[in-house]
Design a protein around this ligand. Structure first.
Ligand code: ATP
Length: 355
């Protein structure tokens, strides 16, 4: 188990492409930490720098108190699992897993024992003699996990490990990977495009943008108190409404928008909002309540579309502040397209960002 510290890391490719732009990050020992962000934001480059597959242009990387910035990948005790399982098709499951140990000249009897142990860890006990092409996609991903675990790494680095699996298997493997990381006391760093995967699995996560950290926090912190509209829009759905700060009162920010005044809380650290500042209001679809009588942030509207999804209903509601996405969980009454409704959202569920 190892804490990982990234200090002011920059990575410039070919002198012109800045993939990482002075990034600082601390990942706790034994944490399952996620890197998220839009395409090209630097997630994979950061993971490859941690693995030692890329060298930072500037900055340092520490495993515990050891500076590993210049250390070769195989000396870092970090194992990587890829989206393409990168297994040898002509070797058996057991031979694939044993490969890294043979390279390290581990005695034969110990290799046999450790391969069997790694197969048990990923619940593939007894599959060692199978050939790779007799294994399903999910089983192959388990083999690549076993191959990473067999070298007893202190850190497990995962680059979109589940994206080649079908939806049901992905959900099952989420639990498996979390169990494996926790049972083995590993520090796990996981890159994904899948925000739901991150929300479901992560202890904490970082959202990256343009090679920098936009926000770090637990899934709940990132979802409930995003610090800007990029993070709010990247993790989950949200309604964004542009406006201007009117005043601050009792810790809440009053924002004038084109159609109504809205009240919410400020999540941007250090922003002293003052009258006239440009502001963006973020309201999650499930923060809106649909009732005849109103409440906080009340606004009237007309339903223009709805999708019935069993345990929830999604509506589009045309309002003076623009079209709002609204989600009702466990709906009792179902509204029809064309119904006039009143929306309201608690002040505490509404977030206000500065520009
Ligand atoms: P994606 O989600 O699309 O995989 P990412 O967040 O993982 O994206 P990176 O792959 O880290 O992003 O890429 C960050 C930036 O660095 C991009 O602009 C990319 O084109 C560039 N880049 C990455 N690797 C190289 C390389 N070997 N040579 C040149 N540019 C690179």
């Amino acid at each position: 188990m190892e804490a990982i510290r990234i200090e002011n890391v920059r990575k410039v490719f070919g002198g012109t492409v800045t993939a990482l732009d002075g990034l600082d990050l601390e990942i706790g020992a034994g944490e399952l930490f996620f890197l998220l962000g839009g395409s090209g934001c630097g997630k994979t480059t950061l993971l490859r720098c941690i693995a030692g597959l890329e060298t930072p242009t500037d900055g340092k990387i520490f495993f515990g108190e050891t500076d590993v910035t210049a250390l070769a990948p195989h000396k870092r005790e970090a194992a990587m699992v890829f989206q393409s399982y990168a297994l040898w098709p002509h070797l058996t499951v057991g031979q694939n897993i044993a490969f890294g140990l043979e390279e390290r000249k581990v005695p034969k009897a110990e290799i046999k024992r450790r391969v069997a142990e790694a197969l048990e860890m990923v619940r593939l006990g007894g599959y060692g003699d199978r050939s790779i092409d007799q294994m399903s996609g999910g089983q192959q991903q388990r083999v690549s996990l076993a191959r990473a675990l067999v070298v007893k790494p202190r850190c497990l680095l995962l680059d979109e490990p589940l994206s080649n699996l079908d939806a049901q298997l992905r959900v099952e493997m989420r639990r498996e990977i979390r169990r494996i990381v926790k049972e083995n006391g590993l520090t796990g760093i996981y890159v994904t495009h899948d925000q739901e995967e991150a929300l479901a699995m992560a202890d904490r996560m970082a959202v990256l943008s343009g090679g920098k950290i936009a926000q770090v926090g637990t899934p709940e912190e990132i979802y409930r108190t995003p610090v800007n509209s990029y993070v709010a829009g990247f993790i989950g759905e949200t309604n964004l409404i542009e406006g201007e700060v009117m005043e601050m009162h009792d810790g809440f920010c009053f924002v004038k928008t084109d159609g109504a005044a809205l009240i919410g809380k400020i999540t941007v650290p250090g922003w002293q909002a003052k009258a006239g500042d440009a502001a963006t209001v973020s309201i999650r679809p499930e923060a809106w309540r649909l009732h005849k009588s109103g409440g906080e942030n009340e606004i009237s509207g007309k339903i223009t579309a709805r999708s019935y999804l069993g345990q929830r209903i999604e509506y589009l509601v045309e309002t003076p502040i623009g079209r709002q996405q609204v989600v009702e969980m466990n709906p009792r009454a179902i509204h029809e397209t064309g119904d006039e409704v009143v929306l309201h959202a608690s002040h505490g569920d509404v977030v206000v960002f500065g520009k």
